[in-house]
Design a protein around this ligand. Structure first.
Ligand code: AHM
Ligand code: MG
Length: 306
């Protein structure tokens, strides 16, 4: 976590000066996801690789930005952990001074002498030993779990240290806000559309309509739900049922965090942490947040409207 914190400080430092030192905009390349690479995506990725390559903590690294995993060569310091990460989440926010994040997932490699294979990295979310995110918002925060609750640390820029600011975070059972890209409404299956309509209707008890809060940065939106309750969804589309978000770099780690805080994460039909991982850059629909809100979304998606 100290090394993740260090990489986070370096990324946060770059983000704060980004408009001044010509690191906004794109590199002109396309990544393995078929998405345009921002200069800051590349910089954040390099920062994490540099910090971890020499740390002696990991034997392999896999990132949303690189096609194949990086295995540490024979004569390098190696550790028993595998780090999977999304170096800069919400990259459409880079050029407009909006929130960004880094998401990470930690697995333990049980092999002894030989290096892990790609299959050793492609594991179920329930096998993660730690997970969390860095949130580059109005302050920089490190939020993580090692399987015993969730804690949030705020970077004190004066001393350059993370200070425990949110001890034992718990997600409210139900919220009053949702985050989704409604611009995709007409691409969604009927159950998902009905759920969104339902969220926007008024009810007598005053529990609805929900407020819409979508920042374009998954980390920021999930952080909001973690502290205040509610639901984030990036659902599957009729012509693209797998959705957009990546299982290993985004959905699994955030699912571990939110579930450790008493919330839930689902594909709509299955808990995220139980999804069988079959490839490194696998995509998955994600519905995450307060447990009652996620259950309600599942009911609509599965056609069990309450
Ligand atoms: P990224 O990791 O390439 O930035 O993609 C993930 C992001 C999430 O942070 C965000 O919730 C979503 O993609 C936004 O996608 P869209 O622009 O389709 O709403
Ligand atoms: Mg992302």
């Amino acid at each position: 976590m100290t090394q993740i914190g260090l990489a986070g400080k370096m990324v946060a430092h770059d983000l704060r000066r980004a408009g001044l030192i010509n690191i906004l905009g794109t590199t002109g390349e396309t990544n393995v996801q078929g998405e345009t690479v921002k200069k800051l995506d590349e910089l954040a990725n390099e920062t994490f690789v540099r910090v971890f390559q020499l740390s002696g903590l990991v034997c392999a690294l896999a990132s949303e930005e690189i096609e194949k995993p990086l295995y540490l060569p024979e004569n390098w310091p190696r550790g028993k952990y595998i780090l999977l990460f999304d170096p800069l989440d919400g990259s459409s926010n880079t050029d407009v001074n909006m929130p960004l994040g880094t998401i990470f997932s930690v697995l333990r490699y049980r092999g002894q002498d030989k290096l892990p294979s790609e299959a050793d990295l492609i594991r179920r979310g329930s096998e993660q030993v730690a997970a969390g995110y860095l949130f580059y918002g109005s302050s920089t925060m490190l939020v993580f779990t090692v399987g015993q609750g969730v804690h949030g640390f705020t970077l004190d820029p004066g001393v350059g240290e993370y200070v425990l600011s949110h001890e034992r975070i718990t997600v409210p059972a139900k919220g009053k806000q949702y985050a989704a890209n409604d611009g995709n409404y007409h691409k969604w299956p009927a159950g998902t559309r009905r759920y969104l309509d339902w969220l926007k209707e008024s009810d007598k008890a005053g529990g609805r309509p929900y407020s819409a809060r979508y920042s374009g940065c998954l980390v920021g939106d999930v952080h909001r739900m973690l502290l205040g309750g509610g639901v984030y969804l990036y659902p599957g589309e009729t012509d693209k049922p797998e959705g957009k978000l990546r299982l290993l770099y985004e959905a699994n780690p955030l699912a571990m965090v939110v579930e450790q805080a008493g919330g839930r994460a689902s594909t709509g039909t299955q808990p995220i942490l139980e999804v069988e991982a079959t490839k490194l850059h696998q995509r998955v629909p994600l519905i995450i947040g307060s447990r009652e809100d996620v259950a309600q979304a599942e009911a609509f998606i599965q056609g069990r409207t309450i």
